[in-house]
Design a protein around this ligand. Structure first.
Ligand SMILES: Cc1ncc(COP(=O)(O)O)c(C=O)c1O
Length: 328
């Protein structure tokens, strides 16, 4: 599937699919599995590797010399874009929402190691920075560059294609392992990953409910973004998709104090995954998805007989920036 869409190859794919026996036992779910997109490769992995394989190929096709993208100061997406630029010879310009920190650590440290050029926007939210991309591209063009803009989270149809493709990867692994999840739990920021997964599940004919755990927006706003991206992807790639009414399930109960802030429940989820499975979650995205999974098990929404898949989307460099919030 999607073989005629240009693609770079730097991910370690397929990513592992394996059972989380200890966590499953503790939560009372016999068949609890995890898809390890924290192990995709490209700068310690994460969900942007798959998207960037298609997007960087498109930037090459467009004759660009510079990748420009936006995110928070500790953006995983920006870190992976900087890494992709480093390995493919692009210049990389990152527009980061927030003030320049005194201490460079986590993803920001890696951005710098990969040679990205960074501009800080202390007064902007990261989703709003998308609105500035056009103006900044024009300035870069005036300076003789050929920039290629990637919206925050790589939330664009090519990114959705990547996650639609990932559902075919999952389908193969489900057959190999004889594992048929009824629910998938995944973190959702811009919603691009979720949009791709919903599209992929539809065309791969997987009968599974995908729950996107929102980390930044209220459910209705995120649902709107996911629907819009699904529609744009269907529009841009009619050879693969036909119009359909997508079932978009968003859980926004775990936003906590807001984007980027670790909640007490998130910290417990991080500790539980680490102690029982040696799997590292990040405080901003996957800890909130982990919290949702745990809460679903405790409330009885998931039970022993519900084969469940936790889709890990990466992000662990951020964990180290929150070290002082553990064991206090
Ligand atoms: C670790 C991690 N998980 C999940 C997401 C959310 O992905 P999306 O923006 O495609 O919803 C991100 C986005 O940056 C991320 O870094």
């Amino acid at each position: 599937m999607f073989d005629d869409v240009p693609r770079e190859r730097y991910g370690f794919l397929p990513t592992p699919l394996h059972k989380m026996g200890n966590l499953g036992e503790s939560l009372g779910i016999d068949n609890l599995w995890i898809k390890r997109d924290d192990l995709t490769g490209l700068s310690v992995g994460g969900n942007k590797t798959r998207k960037l394989e298609f997007i960087v190929a498109d930037a090459k096709r467009a004759g660009a010399d510079t990748l420009v993208t936006v995110g928070g100061v500790q953006s995983n997406h920006c870190r992976q874009t900087a890494a992709a630029a480093a390995v493919t010879g692009f210049r990389c310009i990152l527009l980061l929402a927030g003030a320049e920190p005194e201490y460079v650590t986590g993803n920001l440290l890696l951005d710098k190691l990969y040679g990205a050029e960074i501009k800080y926007f202390p007064d902007d939210e990261f989703l709003e920075l998308n609105n500035r991309l056009d103006e900044i591209l024009e300035t870069l063009q005036d300076f003789g560059l050929t920039p290629y803009a990637i919206p925050s989270g790589a939330a664009m149809p090519l990114g959705s294609i990547a996650y639609a493709e990932a559902m075919f990867e999952l389908k193969d692994q489900m057959e190999t392992w004889n594992f048929n999840p009824k629910k998938i739990v995944v973190a959702a920021g811009t919603g691009g990953t979720l949009a791709g997964m919903i599209l992929g599940a539809h065309v791969a004919e997987l009968d599974v409910e995908i729950v996107g755990v929102s980390v930044v927006s209220k459910a209705l706003e995120l649902e709107e973004r996911v629907r819009d991206l699904i529609e744009r992807t269907i529009h841009d790639y009619p050879q693969y998709f036909e119009s359909f009414e997508p079932k978009i399930t968003i859980d926004d109960q775990f936003l906590g104090e807001g984007y980027g802030l670790m909640s007490d429940a998130g910290r417990s989820a991080i500790e539980m995954f680490a102690k029982l499975e040696s799997i590292l979650l990040d405080p901003v995205y996957t800890a909130k998805a982990g919290t949702a999974l745990i809460r679903m098990a405790l409330s009885g929404e998931l039970n022993r007989e519900t084969p469940t898949l936790f889709w890990h989307t990466g992000g662990n460099p951020e964990l180290y920036t929150h070290a002082d919030e553990f064991f206090t």
